[in-house]
Ligand binder design. Sequence first.
Ligand code: C2E
Ligand code: CA
Ligand code: CA
Length: 786
Amino acid sequence: MNRASNAIQRLIPNVPSHLASRVRVEQVDTLANLGGAIGLVGVFAAFGIFAAFWHSASHVYLVGFLATFITIYAAAFRRSLIWRRQSNRKEMSHGAYRVRNLHVGLIGLLWSTMPVSLAPHADSNQILLIVYVSSGLIASSVVIAPTLLAAFAISIPVMSGTLIAMLMSRGEAGPMLAGLVIVYSSLIFVSTIHSHRVFIQRTVGRMELEEQRELVGLLLRDFEQESSDWLWQTDAAHRLNRISDRMIQALGIPESDLRGQEFTHFVSSLTDDETATSAALTHLRQSFVKQDAFRDLRLAIKLQDRHFWWSITGKPVFEKDGAFKGYRGVGSDVTAAEESRLQIAHMASHDSLTGLPNRAFFRDALTSAYRSSSGQFALLWADLDGFKSVNDTLGHPTGDALLIAVATRLRACVRSEDIVARLGGDEFAILLHDVNRCEADELAKRVIDSISAPYHVNEMRLSIGVSLGLSLAPSDAKKPDDLLKNADLALYKAKTEGRGTWRFYEVAMLESAQERGALQNDLRLALEREEFSLVFQPIMNLDSGCVSSAEALLRWTHPEQGNVPPDRFIKLAEETGLIISIGEWVLHRACREAAHWPGQACVAVNLSPVQFRDTSLLRTIDAALTESGLPASRLILEITESIFLAEDETVLATLHHLRKRGVSVALDDFGTGYSSLSYLRSFPFDKVKIDKSFIRDIATDGDALAIVRAIIGMAKSLGMIVVAEGVETDAQLALVRSEGCTRVQGYLYSRPLGCKDIRLYITRLAVDSGLGVEPTSTLITATGTT
Ligand code: C2E
Ligand code: CA
Ligand code: CA
């Protein structure tokens, strides 16, 4: 028996030892539930047998059988009743379980005596009845399969008894019935074991799941007590229905105020920063509508006048039948993490010096303006004039302070919804929402006035200017990058047209920018393709009538465009830095030409401020002089006032170096642009060239004459030679001569001449010098190009 049960044990799944007792309870529960019904069927069958065999079988056996059956059945039934009445059926010992099985086993044994006792004297009908009843009893083991021992305690004795009885029976059908019982019983055994396995697996699985749930519950409770996070739960109508102590503590709101609050309504009533939170709130509401889970929604919260960041996570909970039960989730205070994240984000999108948005932020703002704005908006690009010199001469701390002041003024010029950004260096940009051209124009004026007003920085009074380029969206450009490019083109225009002003983008600017780009490319190749040449314009000495010097003027013969005037390409060469190599070529070529000139005639070479700032300038000059053999005293360098804009010590140092080398320096185009007589005092120039715009008007405009008179007086008092440039008429010549000017350059004498012609010109005049040659009878007709 023990061995058999061991074999059966092997067939059935293992019950974890800590669950064994509870599984037994479940087993006995099913037995108690079904046992009553099976028992009643058994009683019915027992009475049937009693009646059917009363006339043919031993009355002693029949009465004994029925009495014993009822006694055992009553005892088992009583136990079941007691068991089911027990309220806490949580545990069941092995011993108690065995007693239950013993009852069933006794019933099984009793039933097994029935076929053995009755079959030997039974007729064929009675035999069939015995087989029917026995089969029914064997089949009942499937019903009580959860208690496998009990099932076998019935089926095995009954099967054995029936088998023995059939083999012993006198009838011919006996062996066949015995075979049927074996086949039938085997099927029942297999089914019983299978049902038992399923029962045990389900029960154990369910119990383990319950255990896990309990564990999770315990952990969550633990988690709530340990961390600053709090759990929340709502009912199907989204009303808070589980308010933990942690939650009350974290929120500082009494439970009575929390319970029953609609969750999204409750959360939005606490939110603080509308813009920072609206997306998260919308997401929350939508999730609730769709009964979706949501994770880590960041909300800006204001509680008792303090600002917090919450992270809310939630998950819908459904009943077994799929009905929505509500939400369960967790809320955390993520203020510290969120603040540092925001700070990092701010740092990535803002300029650390001025606190203004940076270029990346501004570009994003432009993109969203394009996406959202239905009306017109304007982009204003500002570039400070003269900031570099402040920064270079007064140092970076002063420069920084000035930039901060500029940022403050720019912000003050615009409305709160407009965006002022620092694009880098001394460049700023403003995005103006919903403005027309007229309003943008007004603002540009305001910005220029505001930025140009003096600053008081580090106890110094400073002045700078600003140039502005404006472009309007969507009329000027359909994309942010194009809008920026257009504003930049307009800014370029404003800068080339005298700074301190503003320009709106025009299509022509793009065209000329494209032209400039193409010309720039050609300019790069011009030197190696030998497209440059020099012409020389004589400068007359009125006292001697001789050519005192000749100015070298650069010419570019473009392969397609022909002669490109220097006004068009010198600036381009300066912007690209090409002027350095081009200027070097000019110096070499000019010196080489002048070395062949007769007498002491000097050559004047124009120097761009870009060349002047280049550290290799002195070396280049030395090389040009050495290579050509021209004495330094015959080289004049013409510079303009703009080199002083940098206000750099090195400018004066370079000038003195040149002077030391024996090279003369002339101040060109004097009177235009910055026109400060103080420049004349800052360095002992050899010559000052009065700009041709004054000479042009000298005969007609009293102011021009007054300016020329002042310049000549000042220069003379400083011992400088004055050259009048652009003299075209006799009247102009007479006037400059009468004012005491001794050098004259202009078409009246000669246009710029080619190399051969200038040599001839100088020779002739040198030969004729002293003969009082009048300019009107110029010896050589101008052949040069201008
Ligand atoms: P700039 O240095 O003021 O040169 C004098 C300009 O005045 C020349 O123009 C010359 O042809 C013109 N001019 C001379 N006499 C008269 C006159 O009586 N009436 C009028 N209306 N104009 C006269 P150009 O050759 O077109 O040169 C223009 C400018 O280009 C020059 O002005 C100079 O700033 C620049 N440039 C020319 N060659 C060079 C060079 O080799 N290097 C640099 N850096 N700049 C150069
Ligand atoms: Ca010049
Ligand atoms: Ca000039």
